[in-house]
Design a binder for this molecule. Structure first.
Ligand code: ADP
Length: 438
């Protein structure tokens, strides 16, 4: 293993010794307790197919000690950043795979100038915002059983499961004494009642094969459930959480519990996503196979990688679609309309399901940043007691209310904090909480 770092664009080769310094410390006696010297430092990893984002928490206080990320994993020029103690550093590194990226991150965190970790053995756990596993949910200590269950759903969550399994396998081999904890996105949705859970298919598909609406984005919706109830000072609050980003979903929440989620059996369902399809009629597939000559696998790949907003508009990123629509692009405008209509479809359904809402929360990259989308989603809903304040909406940043004084339903923007939820779940598991939902 040989990493080169290019801090401040200057090539500064790192010695093999320095690269490996992190590892021997990890090969210490097996850790049976959850704290190390009275602290509990948990690294939370959020993996994309070619990216790795992390936050390091001191879970005795829930303080964020550092955050960072690496993009374009697999290339020889991977941009990375690390922020700690109010300082941000950016660099171009070589990260061959996710395990290399995590090791590089551990090295950065253990760098004496940052003092986030004395050495990597100080970590109590690495927590993962894991997505989907066959027959498993909740919070699980990663072992062969968990990895096999995730591998079994590699084609159900193709953008998510393969990179997670790869990284977890490499890490459990190379860092065997750091517990790995998978907090599954589906866990928050175990409270969804039967009426919102089942597809109308032969019942044994659900009972024998797990074909039902699992729901995802659980860490985000759980955070919003807790934070909104706290802000409203109402533990039983009726909340509609709108996580709109690269992946998008709505969740109906009552009393802190998920009652319905727009994501179903797989993360390709529900609302249109950046490049994944959302709701789709499976009987279009045989017609498409005949018309295009493509195989089922090829069409599933189109649905998982070349559909959603990208399929409709030709652009992956909502900012580009908005820019194109502003220039008069009709496909871009229609893509935005389809997205807004889908959000309103679930919003209406969840207002009925909850018999009204105390608050509608917007989060995720689009939910937090696109005033245009929020305005379109909330347009003409005065009969429902929903009134957006245009000025507040246009100038909103961070966590704030954006409803007008006459609005019966509160409207908020809230940056989600999925990593904190995962860190709390990992802490609970390490502190002796039971693994949930096998
Ligand atoms: P992920 O689901 O992958 O975590 P994010 O929550 O980061 O994704 O959301 C990414 C989406 O947020 C992208 O489509 C991006 O265009 C959109 N986004 C980010 N900033 C803005 C902005 N200022 N205006 C509109 N959309 C934005």
């Amino acid at each position: 293993m040989y990493w080169k770092r290019f801090w401040a664009n200057k090539e500064m080769p790192v010695s093999r010794d320095a690269q490996r310094r992190a590892l021997p410390a990890l090969r210490c006696a097996s850790r049976l307790t959850s704290t190390v010297n009275g602290t509990m430092k948990i690294l939370v990893a959020n993996l994309g197919s070619t990216s790795f984002k992390y936050r390091l928490f001191d879970m005795t206080t829930e303080a964020v000690l550092a955050r960072g990320g690496i993009e374009r994993i697999g290339s020889s020029q991977s941009p990375c950043f690390v922020e700690s103690g109010g300082q941000r550093e950016e660099a171009i590194v070589e990260a061959r795979d996710h395990a290399a990226a995590v090791r590089l991150c551990l090295e950065q965190l253990a760098d004496p100038k940052r003092r986030c970790l004395r050495d990597p053995s100080e970590l109590s756990a690495i927590g993962f915002k894991a997505v989907h596993a066959q027959g498993l949910s909740g919070v699980q200590r990663v072992d062969e059983r968990v990895l096999a269950a995730m591998e079994a759903y590699a084609d159900v969550a193709p953008a998510h499961n393969p990179p997670y399994v790869r990284a977890m396998r490499l890490l459990s081999q190379e860092l065997p004494h750091i517990p790995l904890v998978a907090a599954f996105e589906t866990g928050f949705h175990e409270t969804i009642p039967a009426a919102q859970r089942y597809y109308a298919v032969p019942r044994e598909w659900a009972d024998k094969y797990g074909i039902f609406k699992h729901g995802f984005h659980g860490a985000s919706h759980r955070y919003i459930a807790e934070r909104a109830a706290q802000l409203l000072d109402k533990p039983g609050a009726k909340i509609i959480s709108c996580h709109l980003g690269g992946s998008s979903s709505l969740c109906a929440i009552r009393g802190g519990q998920s009652q319905a989620c727009s994501l179903g059996m797989s993360p390709q369902s529900g609302l249109p996503h950046n490049n994944r399809v959302g709701e789709f009629d499976p009987f279009a597939l045989p017609a498409l196979m005949r018309a295009t000559g493509k195989t089922l696998e090829q069409l599933l790949d189109d649905l998982a990688n070349r559909s959603g907003l990208l399929g409709l508009s030709g652009h992956n990123d909502l900012r580009d679609i908005e820019t194109e629509a502003n220039k008069g692009g009709s496909q871009a405008r229609q893509a935005l309309e389809v997205f807004v209509a889908a959000v309103r479809h679930y919003l209406g359904a969840y207002l009925l399901l909850l018999n009204g809402a105390d608050v509608i929360v917007f989060t995720g990259g689009i939910g937090e940043n696109s005033a245009r989308m929020r305005q379109a989603i909330c347009a003409d809903l005065d009969w429902f007691g929903i009134h957006l304040d245009r000025v507040k909406n246009d100038n909103a940043k961070g966590e704030m209310a954006i409803h007008s004084s006459q609005s019966r339903v509160q409207l908020w923007i809230m940056p989600t904090n999925e990593e904190l939820i995962v860190a709390r779940q990992a802490k609970a598991l390490l502190s002796g909480g039971r693994e949930s939902s096998a």
